[in-house]
Write a protein that binds this ligand. Structure first.
Ligand SMILES: C[S@@+](CC[C@H](N)C(=O)[O-])C[C@H]1O[C@@H](n2cnc3c(N)ncnc32)[C@H](O)[C@@H]1O
Length: 178
């Protein structure tokens, strides 16, 4: 059975976001059953909304925003429900030095009622809580632990990679080469 929540939790209500997106719950999953879906169609390159958040210690629901393991935000909007997929349709683009410019961008055309997903290793070097991926895509990598366990080329192939992930791969290569 599928349960649809039209209203996100009140702290997350944002007029524009709650019009265009809704939280969907899949009752066949006992834990972490929420996902975010959209009410409308988007074109590749469209900006779906801002990435806003509050600095916070790394947790299962934070997004990394810089090279340190302490650079994380709790996303303070309905976008906190965006799940991972190994074949994602959006990017959390936080490459600007100005947090006010951080945004969620469509990587491909997205249909109305489709789930929004991003590739967690595109922002996360190491997940606080690794999980077995249920995306069922032919590109599925299985256990998701973060970028450090995925090659940089594999991340780039999913359409977006954060600058700090590139930097952390470079640092690791330099240490190995030293
Ligand atoms: C920020 S939450 C996303 C929303 C979450 N599904 C919920 O119900 O609150 C991140 C957590 O959702 C779960 N998750 C996200 N994408 C997943 C996927 N592709 N396969 C399995 N679990 C996933 C994992 O437990 C992960 O730690």
């Amino acid at each position: 059975m599928h349960i649809v929540e039209n209203q996100p939790p009140s702290r997350m209500i944002d007029a524009g976001l709650s019009r265009d997106f809704y939280v969907h719950r899949d009752a066949s999953w006992q834990e972490f059953s929420a996902s975010l879906r959209t009410n409308k169609r988007w074109k590749a390159g469209d900006v779906l909304g801002p990435v806003r958040g509050t600095k916070s210690p790394r947790k299962y629901d934070t997004v990394q925003c810089g090279p340190s393991s302490e650079d994380n935000i709790t996303v303070d909007s309905i976008f906190v429900y965006v799940n991972h997929s190994c074949d994602p349709n959006v990017a959390f683009d936080m490459s600007s030095k100005h947090p006010s410019e951080w945004h969620i961008r469509a990587l491909k055309a997205i249909d109305a009622e489709e789930e929004l997903t991003f590739f967690y290793p595109s922002t996360e070097w190491e997940l606080d809580q690794p999980f077995e991926c249920r995306c069922a895509s032919p590109m599925c990598l299985g256990l998701v632990r973060g970028a450090r366990d995925v090659g940089l080329e594999q991340i780039k192939a999913r359409g977006y990679v954060s600058p700090w992930i590139i930097e952390l791969f470079r640092d690791r290569e330099e240490r190995v080469g030293a």
